[in-house]
Design a protein around this ligand. Structure first.
Ligand SMILES: [Mn+2]
Length: 270
């Protein structure tokens, strides 16, 4: 991974953007999105990816070449090629780094302005499958959200929209609450404790920044919720599942989530 350009301020005029949940390197699914999206939202030229992307940047260029997409911003997750991402980010502290024609990796944290709205992106998350992975090969400690990331994110002040990979701990999204309560995949106690600590960091930022909408991935469930004080949270599904793709209106901060059937149907038409 090599830096082409870097940018400290990202200001986009877009009124609508696409937001995607985890892809886990699935290029077939990315291609499905690339075929459906121009039919679903021909005005959209920006994709905000909420992490567990893990793809060669050149694949993004190739897959979206024949589409209106001109920018692909990554809010990194936990399952990423951190041995390549961290060095390029470290070379340009606080800046977004362009690593292919379309792909930009956002700093940790990042502030953007999209359609006149203030946006905070906070990448990173804890791997609950940590024990089945090999450090330096399929897992890196860089995945963690650090106290420095939290402090910098809060220091930037309020935001209308917050983008993360990790869920906040105090989420109002009921299907996410259920997963956290029941541990359906039998993750270990150590992994679950690290995961809870990671969610607490997101909560700390979320409660300070108080965005109207927070969108995240990682939990592999597509669902929404709202806090008692009116803050909305959208949890995006993983690749090939419902709610992996959202079309977000920056004026209303409402997100449309076309069904899998619609996405497949639209992709077949192209
Ligand atoms: Mn993840």
């Amino acid at each position: 991974m090599r830096a082409r350009e870097h940018a400290s301020a990202i200001v986009l005029p877009d009124q609508r953007v696409a937001v995607c949940g985890d892809w886990h390197g699935n290029q077939g699914w990315a291609r499905m999105i690339s075929r459906a999206l121009p039919h679903l939202a021909p005005d959209v030229s920006t994709i905000l990816h909420l992490g567990d992307w893990w793809m060669p940047p050149g694949a993004v260029d190739e897959i979206f070449a024949e589409t209106p997409i001109t920018r692909f911003y990554l809010v990194a997750g936990n399952h990423e090629q951190w041995d390549e991402i961290t060095p390029v980010l470290d070379k340009h502290p606080g800046e977004a780094v362009q690593v292919s024609e379309l792909t930009w990796i956002l700093p940790r944290p990042a502030r953007l302005t999209i359609g006149g709205r203030s946006v905070l992106a906070l990448g990173g998350a804890s791997s609950v499958d940590r024990e089945s992975r090999q450090e330096g090969q399929t897992w890196w400690p860089d995945e963690a959200i650090t106290d420095e990331h939290v402090a910098a994110a809060i220091a930037g002040g309020s935001a209308d929209l917050m983008l993360t990979h990790e869920s906040p701990g105090n989420t109002p999204v009921r299907p996410v609450q259920k997963i956290l309560r029941t541990n359906p995949h039998w993750f270990t106690k150590t992994a679950l404790e690290a995961s809870a600590a990671s969610r607490a960091k997101v909560s700390e930022v979320w409660d300070a920044v108080r965005p109207e909408l927070l969108a995240h991935g990682h939990m592999h469930v597509g669902a929404g919720g709202k806090t008692a004080d009116g803050r909305r949270v959208a949890s995006l599904g993983r690749e090939g599942h419902e709610w992996n793709l959202g079309i977000l209106d920056m004026e209303t901060l409402r997100m449309a989530t076309p069904s899998l059937a619609i996405i497949r149907g639209m992709a077949e038409q192209s």
